[in-house]
Structure formats: C-alpha cells, structure tokens
Design a protein around this ligand. Structure first.
Ligand SMILES: [Zn+2]
Length: 540
C-alpha cells in the first residue's frame, strides 16, 4: 500500500498549491541560472517547505530540465531525489538532531566537498533550522561568506523569529520565502482531485472534516485520508471520519448553543458527561466549539464560513439570529481566557465544565430598543427623565475560581513509566492535533534509552506523519516524563517498502484482529506492560 501523502507529493514547482509566489521565483532562478547560495523557507508545518527544497534540488540536477526551469520528475536523478534514495547531491539534515558544535564542524567539512560532478549542484536541506545552535550558525555563516561553487543551502523553519534571535547576521545572507498557510477550501479541492484519480468514494462532508483536522497542512490532509481509508472498507462518510479522528458530532454543538441561548446552565454537565461516555476528546470538543463560534460570528457579520460541514452549517444558521456578534465576541473572550489553562491542566473535565457554565451564565447584550422601552416605562413613574446612557451589561462572575491543579510529578524515563502515562500523552497530543492523537493511539512505545523514547507506528502509512511531529510528541511526553525526552520513530512492524504499483491493501480478518489488539495495548498501558514483562501472547 502506497501512502497517498507520498504518492501525491509534488514533483514539479507547478504542483505546489497555494505557494505560487515561491514556485514562480524559484523556477525563474533555476531557468536563468541565478540560484542563490542560501534560502530561508519560513511558514507553518505541512505547507510544502521541504518539498519545495527537494523540487529545487531536482530542478538543479535534472537531466531533462525544461527551459522554464521545471524538473522532469522522471529521470534517474529526479526520481532518486524525490524518493529520498541515497544521493550524493542532496543532503537532508534535521536540525533537531544535528545541534552540537561537532555536527556544525562536520557540516562545514562536508560542505567543502563541492558537488559530485562538474555540472551538478549540491543541495543541503536543513529542516527545523530554528533548532540549530549559535555555534552551528557561526560555522554556517563562514561557509555562506565564501560559498563553494554549486552548493545551495535551504533552511526550512516554522519559527523564523528564533533564527533572527540566535543568528541575525545569517539572515542577510539568505533569500527568504514565506510559505502561506493552505486554506480548507484549497485542501478540499486538492483532496477531491486525489479521490477522483484514485477512484475512491469519499463524501464531501468527510473531506471537509479531514481538511479542518489537517489544520492547513496538505500532507497532513492526505495522511489523514490514508489513515481513514486504512481503517476499513466502503465509502468514507463523515461519521466514519468522526469516529476515527475522535471528532465530536454536530448535534453536541447544537445542544451547546441551545444551552447558551437559553441560559440553561444545568444542561452543561450532562453534555460533558455524554461526550466522555462517547469517548470523545474534550480538547477536540473545545476546538470544535471555538470553530463553531467563529463560524457563527462570520455568518453574523455577513461572511461565509469555510471548511464547515453541511450539518454544522445548519446548526449555525439556526442559532445565528439569537446570538448577535457582540455576544459571540464575549463568548470567545471567555474561551481564550480558559484556553491557556486547558493546555496546562490535567483536569480538563472540570475546566471544560466551568467554561460551559460561564457561557451559559453570560448576560446577553441587551438590545438598545429594549433599554429605551424600559427607560420610557420608568420615566412615567419618576417624572424627571435622565438622559443617562444605558449601563453596559454586567457580566456574571464565574461561579467559582477555576482551579490550578499542582503540576503532576514527572516520571523517570523508563519503559514501564512511559507506558504507564502513554494514554495521557496521547490525550495531550490530541489537544495539539487530533491526527497526531490518532497516530499515537495506534503507535507503541518500544524502547526507552536515556532521554530517547522509541515509538513504533501502527502501520507503515503512519511513519511519515509521526516522524514529522517528533518535536510535538516530545512536548506532550515532556509533561509527564522528566529530563526533556526526545523521540525516535522506529520502523513499522510489518514494514515492507511500498511499491508504487500496488493497490491499497484490503483489510483482512487477521490484520483487523492484529490492529484491534495493538489498539487495545496502546489504550491500556498496564495490559501492554504485562504482556511485555511476561512475554505473553495475546489471544482474542
Ligand atoms: Zn529529471
């Protein structure tokens, strides 16, 4: 089974969706032989930075490059670079694991060896470049001051301001491109093309949910689609996507809005209870609630919300007339006050309940006409009319101060410890990204060596997604495990290299059982630890 994320990764500048400004500039530079020695590709995760760097490397070394600067995508050199096969002319470095002085010296020595032939160019792609140390940057600065011929450095980063802080002088040596976030509409359009090319049956609403969960990353969107397809057969529906990604049904948001509009604080506890019983993730629910309010606000000011399912749009249209924009802004303000606490607290349930109660108890904006009417009635009794402006609506104080639970004690990094907190780590990761949560729920902690924690993906299609988010996984782990853990993604268990010609594998009975057991083990660390300790074999 070849992952869609891999199969549909762009091979030409023209394939880079949304990043036309970058594609045009790079293509032109290649065509005119004016490629710079150093580039900075800045932008959010999953918008094509590394891909663009690879295409640049392909274009520079392509045997049949077009006059316009596009690589052919099929020649020996192109396919080697595209598949990431061993290649003398392209070196990809992950700054997160090449941080030390020695690495920088090594890098410098390696860079001194120019390209392998007289005509080829050597391209260094440094991912997560903001993780490089000051020493490493100093070494690189020396290289960029006197660059060897036909050597190109591409630094990709999600946090360019960190580079400005540690290595300001280097920035003047780099040509900077800012990659744009890919909107849900562009993602859905691309997903529809892929679905058609693959002859898959996927509902539009399902694609909207996937696009929303992908959070602006095209590759994440394709990985998510892969993931949803790998969980079963038949057409992909919105319900299936919700189930797999742990998303919350639209009906819950309808009930939430009803309770807000009707000041029905009592309804909020059963609502949270129902969510928990259904196994939904509260972090995901809060994200969805924020999306719903944002879409309501947009509709309220005459806009058109993007990436919202038909079901949710119906809910929004139903409640838009009863929630004026001023009220929604106040609801969102309360949410942003709670959000930071939510990201730090272990007691999510209580915080979500408090948030919902505050929403239900919020005094609504009083219509000016109502105020005037009320004043008019009063005037009759008092005789003297004050031209006083209506006093601003008073906001109810929260029913009780939201708690700050003491930070949980962190555990020593051992295999048993990491496994014992694994379900909490997965839940934490889910609040950062639902997809990452699903990937981790399928993954298994297989080894802990010092600070290095090794994970095995649930299936081969998950490897890339996990590998790309090692830093985020480490952050989630770091909330429970001491000594700033680092993460390594091991080869998947049945990892045979995918070949492009293979059709997606069908889910066999046997494989379904194995998947179920793996999920079971991932969900129950005690069971998992016992299985490992006693070398048990799991029977159905
Ligand atoms: Zn080529």
């Amino acid at each position: 089974m070849i992952a869609l994320a891999r199969k549909y990764r762009p091979k030409r500048f023209a394939d880079l969706i949304v990043q036309d400004h970058v594609a045009t500039a790079l293509r032109g530079a290649v065509a005119q032989g004016r490629v710079a020695h150093g580039y900075l590709f800045a932008g959010p995760r999953g918008v094509g930075k590394t891909t663009a760097a690879r295409i640049l490397a392909m274009a520079l070394n392509c045997e049949q490059r077009s006059a316009g600067g596009e690589p052919c995508g099929v020649c020996d050199s192109c396919s080697r670079i595209w598949t990431g096969a061993a290649n003398l002319d392209v070196v990809e470095l992950d700054a997160a694991s090449n941080r030390g002085v020695d690495d920088a010296r090594d890098l410098r020595e390696r860079a001194m060896y120019a390209a392998s032939t007289d005509t080829s160019s050597k391209v260094y792609i440094v991912d997560e470049a903001h993780m490089l140390t000051r020493e490493a940057w100093n070494a690189l600065l020396k290289i960029l001051e006197e660059p060897p011929p036909r050597v190109v450095f591409v630094f990709a980063t999600t946090e360019p301001q960190k580079i400005a802080n540690t290595a300001a002088p280097i920035l003047s040596r780099l040509q900077r491109f800012d990659f744009r976030r890919i909107g849900p509409h562009a993602i859905v359009t691309r997903l529809k093309q892929v679905v058609e090319l693959e002859q898959l049956r996927v509902d539009d609403d399902a694609l909207h949910l996937i696009a929303r969960s992908a959070n602006g990353g095209m590759r994440d969107a394709l990985s998510l689609l892969d993931q949803v397809l790998s969980f079963g057969e038949g057409p992909v529906t919105a319900a299936r996507v919700r189930e797999i990604l742990g998303l919350v049904p639209d009906e819950v948001y309808r009930e939430m809005l009803r309770a807000i509009v009707e000041h029905d604080a009592g309804a909020m506890f059963p609502l949270v209870e129902r969510l928990l019983e259904a196994g939904a993730d509260l972090g995901e629910f809060v994200n969805g609630a924020a999306e719903t309010l944002r879409a309501l606000l947009l509709v309220g000011v005459g806009g058109q919300p993007e990436g919202v399912t038909e079901g949710l749009l119906a809910v929004i249209r139903q409640y838009a007339p009863q929630l004026p924009p001023a009220d929604i802004v106040r609801l969102l303000t309360i949410l942003s006050e709670s959000e930071e606490r939510l990201s730090r607290s272990a007691n999510t349930r209580l915080l979500v309940e408090v948030l919902l109660l505050r929403w239900a108890m919020l005094d609504r904006t009083v219509e000016l006409s109502e105020v005037l009417e009320a004043l008019g009635k009063e005037e009759g009794g008092k005789g003297k009319g004050n031209a006083a402006a209506p006093s601003p609506p008073v906001q109810s104080p929260p029913p009780y101060p939201p708690p700050y639970p003491p930070p949980g004690q962190k555990l020593e990094p051992t295999l048993a410890n990491v496994r014992s907190v694994w379900s909490a780590v997965v839940a934490d990761a889910r609040t950062r990204s639902p997809m990452l949560g699903s990937l981790l729920a399928e993954a298994e902690v297989i080894a802990v060596d010092g600070r290095m924690i090794s994970l095995r993906p649930g299936n081969a299609g998950h490897t890339e997604g996990l590998d790309r988010q090692r830093e985020t996984i480490a952050q989630s782990l770091g909330r429970y495990v001491a000594e700033a853990p680092r993460v390594k993604i091991a080869a998947p268990e049945t990892g045979t290299a995918p070949t492009p010609s293979e059709r997606p594998e069908r889910m066999t009975e046997e494989r379904a059982t194995a998947e179920r057991l793996k999920t079971l083990r991932a969900k129950d660390p005690t069971l998992s630890a016992a299985v490992d300790a006693l070398d048990l074999e799991l029977l159905e």
